[in-house]
Design a binder for this molecule. Structure first.
Ligand code: C2E
Ligand code: CA
Ligand code: CA
Length: 742
């Protein structure tokens, strides 16, 4: 069927095409040529055998030509009347002409020849007729379309109040053909009767591939029953028209979303005749909507569920738990000291680490559970359908185990630990928000207990948490209303008794609670982010106070001021400018400022700490390693970080130092520090015995209640003037005692 008759085109044009096709021999029909070749081959073969046995048989040549000519009317008859026409033409042709012709040329001996020619013609007729059968069906289809259009026109005329038939028909055709929406007309059984170009393009088929086939064939299997049901409701008259979105199957296999409006066409008596559907391809919109809804519910960096989706899943899980039983657990995971990664390696690496960790957590997430990114370096895990709280702890262990191997990013091995707060709720149908809050409380406890662990929420924690919450609220107020101040504790030269410096320690005088210890409010400020403001305050106050200090009587140097830095302050890129600005605004010489960082802060990221320490040393500001001996106590790091000052933790100085082990440790630390040219400071010196021991070991400076507690700024001068003598005497008397005993 290569003559290009297009089923989709209008009936008139189709008929014209058909006629034009008939006027041409079907030269492009492969079967026509096969038959012709077969006929020719048989005749040639027959000629050959005749020629070999009987030279007179050469006269049969006109007979074969005649047979070929006979094929032409057979072909045409087939085109018009199908198989029956072809066969009829063949039989009548042979019946009318063949006997005399064939018998005249091919002596009467060959009656089999007549029969074989007849058989050949029949075969030809069958083959050709079969091909023409298809065309006949198509022609029927065209007639059907024409009838249907005529019906539509009638309807249009009724609606258009006497509009001329020709114009309304044209209008309909234009509207149908050129409609940008896909349009399809089907009979009541759902067989497609007519489709427009947009419909064909939407599904990737040619019209001839669609016509006559049931429309559900091109519908996504999952939407077939919906389609059938919708069409049934329309044809049964239950509804006039329906609008719905369904999925089609494109020829290439992909799914096409169609917004379908289906109605029914009725005859004059109101009986339904055809289904007519207009379909708008909404695949792109769908995709966009799916993308948007994914974006609205997922974290763009890690692709994990976001808080909105998590809350939704939590609400559902709690409802299911209340209905069917089973416990629900919420785990709030916070990466330990993650900020250090961002600050040292940049946000790019931080982001990559978050993604890598998200993938690891995903690997240990059960299908029925939800893992979400809560924001920053926090992840929320929802475990549903648990039978015991122990299972929730098992989940926590799995998540922490996922971090046991370091992550390799851009050639850097990053060790990352995390803390988890676990809360188990469930059948009581408790509010989701409350669960998350309690998980947060448990997380706080996990951090407080030293990080890299999980803690299960208990109601006792709840009370602590609400106290803490209240305290934090008050701390913010306290800072604003000036209840915070800096006190100064002297650092005494153990050789001379002179005050070498003061450590600035923050104090909060609460109007009703009295003095709140910094061990209570500093961690609270660190957790809440308030610490950066407090830190700036401490630096500014201490810097300003130090400029007014005078040397101890007999002392040569002006005392330095030592300011404590929290972990997040130390890793804050704004720290260096903040320190520089304090130095500039107060006029304090850099060598009179010392910054104290704890060992654990420095060792969280030794390389980054080294850079910060070097930077300060270049500025002339010394850095002291605080609480030395309580953390990793990795002596090898001392050579890397090279702080100017080491503050030996009071646990090595106090009663514990009485053990031979601690004494040996103290001795080793002091001698190592001295070898590395560091100033050694002993913290928590409370008794003359401790002082004596420290002097004996050659420790440089001491700090403790033996000399003085931290005093308000206004009392520093008194400490320098009046008590300096007593430090001196203490130290001197110890010195003489020591010399005597030696
Ligand atoms: P720290 O840096 O180790 O400060 C020394 C602590 O030991 C101070 O406690 C001090 O009062 C106490 N202390 C001094 N002498 C003795 C003694 O002979 N025996 C004993 N048992 N303790 C002694 P404080 O003032 O309560 O401060 C506690 C911690 O709070 C500090 O420990 C420091 O880590 C933090 N902190 C205090 N002020 C600030 C601040 O301005 N910024 C930051 N980031 N942290 C601060
Ligand atoms: Ca300190
Ligand atoms: Ca300390």
């Amino acid at each position: 069927m290569g003559d290009g008759t297009r089923a989709r085109s209008s009936p008139r044009r189709s008929r014209k095409d058909l006629l034009a096709g008939l006027a041409r021999p079907p030269l492009s029909d492969r079967r026509f040529w096969v038959v012709q070749a077969a006929v020719a081959a048989v005749f040639l073969a027959r000629l050959g055998t005749r020629f070999a046995t009987d030279r007179a048989a050469i006269s049969s040549v006109p007979g074969s030509v005649w047979i070929l000519l006979l094929l032409v009317p057979i072909v045409y008859a087939g085109r018009i009347f199908g198989f029956v026409g072809s066969a009829g033409a063949a039989l009548s042709g042979v019946g009318l002409f063949a006997p005399e012709e064939l018998l005249a040329h091919h002596s009467a001996t060959g009656i089999w020849e007549v029969l074989s020619a007849l058989g050949m013609l029949l075969v030809t007729a069958v083959l050709l007729g079969d091909g023409f059968e298809e065309r006949r069906l198509l022609r029927e289809q065209l007639c059907l379309q024409e009838r249907r259009r005529a019906e539509l026109e009638r309807g249009a005329i009724q609606a258009g109040a006497g509009e001329p038939v020709a114009r309304s028909e044209r209008r309909f055709q234009l509207a149908f053909e050129n409609n940008t929406a896909g349009m399809a007309i089907a009979d009541l059984e759902g067989r497609l009767v007519d489709v427009n170009r947009a419909y064909c393009e939407m599904l990737g088929y040619e019209a001839k591939e669609l016509l006559g086939r049931n429309l559900v064939v091109f519908t996504h299997p999952d939407d077939r029953s919906l389609t059938l049901e919708t069409n049934r409701r329309i044809t049964s008259g239950e509804v006039d028209q329906t609008a719905y979105v369904k999925r089609y199957l494109h020829k290439d296999g992909r799914v096409v979303y169609g917004d379908v409006l289906t109605g029914v066409m009725k005859d004059e008596d109101g009986r339904p005749m055809h289904l007519v559907a207009s379909i708008k391809d909404v695949s792109k919109e769908r995709e966009l909507a799916a993308q948007l809804s994914h974006q609205a519910l997922h974290d763009p960096l890690t692709g994990l569920a976001n808080r909105v989706l998590f809350d939704d899943r939590l609400t559902q899980a709690l409802a299911r738990g209340a209905r069917e039983g089973g416990l629900v657990a919420v785990l709030l995971l916070d990466l330990d000291d993650f900020k250090g990664v961002n600050d040292s390696y940049g946000h790019h690496v931080g982001d990559q680490l978050l993604v890598a960790l998200a993938r690891r957590f995903e690997q240990v997430t059960r299908k029925s559970d939800t893992l979400s990114r809560f924001g920053g370096d926090e992840f929320l895990y929802l475990a549903a359908g648990l039978s015991s709280p122990a299972e929730a702890e098992e989940v926590a262990r799995r998540l922490l185990d996922a971090l046991s191997e370091p992550v390799l990013i851009a050639g850097t091995r990053l060790e990352q630990r995390a803390s988890i707060g676990v809360v188990v709720g469930g059948s009581s149908g408790r509010e989701g928000r409350e669960l998350v809050q309690n998980a947060d409380t448990a997380l706080y406890e996990a951090k407080r207990q030293g990080k890299a662990r999980h803690v299960v929420f208990s109601s006792a924690m709840h009370e602590l948490a609400s106290n803490r919450f209240e305290l934090l609220r008050e701390l913010r107020q306290a800072f604003a209303s000036g209840e915070l101040s800096m006190h100064y504790q002297p650092l005494v030269d153990l050789g001379t008794g002179a005050v070498a410096g003061f450590e600035a320690l923050m104090r909060w005088e609460h109007p009703t609670r009295g003095w709140v210890p910094p061990g209570e409010f500093i961690p609270l400020a660190e957790q809440s982010g308030l610490i950066s403001e407090l830190g700036t305050f401490a630096l500014g106050e201490a810097g300003a106070a130090a400029t007014s200090w005078r040397p101890t009587a007999g002392g040569a140097c002006l005392p330095y001021v030592s300011v404590n830095l929290s972990a997040c302050q130390f890793h804050d890129p704004d720290l260096v400018p903040a320190v520089e600005s304090v130095l500039a605004s107060t006029g304090l010489p850099p060598r009179r400022l010392v910054l104290e960082i704890t060992e654990s802060v420095a060792l969280a990221d030794p390389e980054a700490s080294k850079r910060v320490i070097e930077h300060f040393e270049r500025l002339g500001v010394h850095v002291a390693l605080d609480d030395f001996g309580t953390g990793y106590s990795s002596l090898s790091y001392l050579t890397l970080l090279r702080p100017s000052i080491i503050k030996i933790d009071h646990s090595f100085v106090g009663s514990a130092s009485e053990s031979i082990y601690n004494y040996t440790m103290l001795e080793a630390i002091v001698s190592l520090g001295h070898k590395l040219n560091m100033t050694m400071v002993a913290e928590g010196v409370e008794t003359p015995e401790q002082l004596e021991r420290l002097r004996h070991l050659g420790c440089d400076l001491g700090q403790g209640y033996l000399f003085s507690p931290a005093v308000p700024s206004g009392e520093v001068a008194r400490v320098l003037d009046s008590t300096s003598g007593s430090f001196g005497q203490q130290v001197a008397s110890l010195a003489s005692r020591h010399e005597r005993s030696a």
